[in-house]
Write a protein that binds this ligand. Structure first.
Ligand SMILES: [Ca+2]
Length: 410
């Protein structure tokens, strides 16, 4: 116990010299190890609130006391981040745009607030559409505007930023995140079906199977966004300049390490392996030559293909849900631990990673929640960690388990 308190003091002291997302953060990266990873439990964070098919949770960067929950069928709720909250208000309702006979992986999938949301009211969503007019099945990334005077969002405020054709209903991604650089990062799956029949994974000419990085504060070449000049493939012939990383099958959830600026993601596997990746500029994550750290069918490991930080097989789960590096204050034993889960089995793991040595230092089971169907994790303004139960609609707080035993099933 004494050791843990002393460690926390060291972290606070180093924290004073650290700029979020900055590069000179070596002190924080060589923190003393706090020892074995703690078991965690899930507690109902808002017992008086109900949600249906929640897929994401975040704050807006402007109002620290508020949280937002994204429901798959097209509604975003906002409410006070307090366990006694009994009221939620509808922030956005685009249910009418979500196909009634959607695929199980389609719907309203992502939400990100513009870094200047407080001033401009801009926020961004990604949702699925198909069979409207002559347009094919597609993923739509749009900006909407919160009107502070009417305290509402008009659907007429929609500005479509990017539409990506989706040949099949599955593998749509999508996470939207603004970086410390002010650019919007978007994750997209390989287009769906199974085994990447179109070979999108290794094709730099498509926006599928990627992480993209775009500047939504500028317009360029008849597009409602610009491509940052330092994107990795802007000078590669035949490549889409929007691409930041590729070779990703379905990076359903990704997140920043809010202390160091590293980008983590969980890439959902095909038949055998689920993976957690550290996403870097220009990185090729191997799909469909590779599944996890293995050949997919007769795929070759080509130069530069990046293996996952961790993988797990079908004995442990079927669909990874990428989480967050915990950087909050209330769960000190989780400090610096990346928490992720499996949607199917509810196994929930933590890992620690030494960025300087590019080395995994710990990866352990933290808990097992077979009935939770964790569709996403989320963070509030202070970096406290939540988990969305797709099955029950409950938003859980992820906390260090109060008694010490690390049981498999609780
Ligand atoms: Ca991979």
């Amino acid at each position: 116990m004494i050791r843990r308190v002393a460690w926390a003091v060291v972290v606070v002291a180093f924290g004073l010299f650290c700029v979020e997302g900055g590069s000179g953060c070596t002190a924080a990266q060589s923190e003393p190890d706090p020892g074995p990873l703690p078991a965690v439990e899930l507690v109902n964070a808002f017992p008086k609130l109900e949600f249906k098919l929640p897929l994401y949770l975040c704050d807006d960067g402007a109002n620290d006391e508020l949280l937002y929950v994204v429901e798959q069928e097209g509604v975003i709720w906002r409410f006070k981040n307090d366990e006694t909250s009994s009221e939620k208000t509808k922030f956005l309702d685009i249910a009418e745009r979500i196909p009634a006979r959607r695929h199980g992986e389609e719907g309203l999938l992502a939400l990100a607030f513009h870094p200047k949301f407080k001033d401009n009211g801009y926020f961004y969503v990604n949702y699925s559409q198909f069979a409207e007019g002559a347009k094919p099945r597609r993923g739509v990334t749009s900006r909407f505007t919160w009107n502070e005077e009417t305290r509402s969002v008009s659907l007429r405020s929609e500005k479509i930023i990017l539409e990506i054709e989706q040949p099949w209903g599955n593998h749509n991604g999508c996470t939207l995140l603004f970086g410390a650089d002010g650019y919007l990062y978007l994750s997209f799956g390989d287009g769906g079906s199974g085994g990447d029949p179109h070979g999108n994974g290794q094709n730099l000419g498509t926006l599928l199977a990627t992480v993209l990085r775009i500047d939504v504060d500028k317009e360029e070449n008849d597009k409602p966004y610009a491509i940052p000049a330092d994107n990795p493939f802007v000078k590669t012939e035949g490549a889409r300049g929007e691409i930041w990383a590729y070779g990703l099958r379905n990076l359903w959830r990704m997140s920043w390490d809010r202390k160091t600026g590293h980008l983590w993601g969980g890439d959902v596997g095909q038949n055998a392996y689920e993976e957690i990746d550290l996403i870097v500029k220009g990185g090729n994550y191997g799909w469909k030559n590779r599944e996890g750290a293995h050949a997919y069918r007769d795929g070759r490991k080509e130069e530069g293909m990046i293996d996952p930080v961790v993988e797990y097989g079908r004995d442990k789960g079927i669909s990874v849900t990428g989480g967050y590096v915990y950087r909050g204050e209330k769960q000190q034993a989780l400090q610096g631990v990346y928490v992720h889960a499996d949607y199917g089995t509810g196994r929930t793991w933590g890992l620690k990673y030494d960025y300087d040595k590019a080395e995994l230092t710990e990866h352990e089971l933290l808990g097992h929640f077979p009935r939770a169907a964790i569709s996403s994790f989320g963070e509030d303004a202070g970096g406290e960690l939540f988990a969305c139960s797709h099955r029950s609609g409950i938003i859980y707080r992820v906390i260090v388990r109060q008694d010490a035993d690390k049981e498999e099933d609780f």
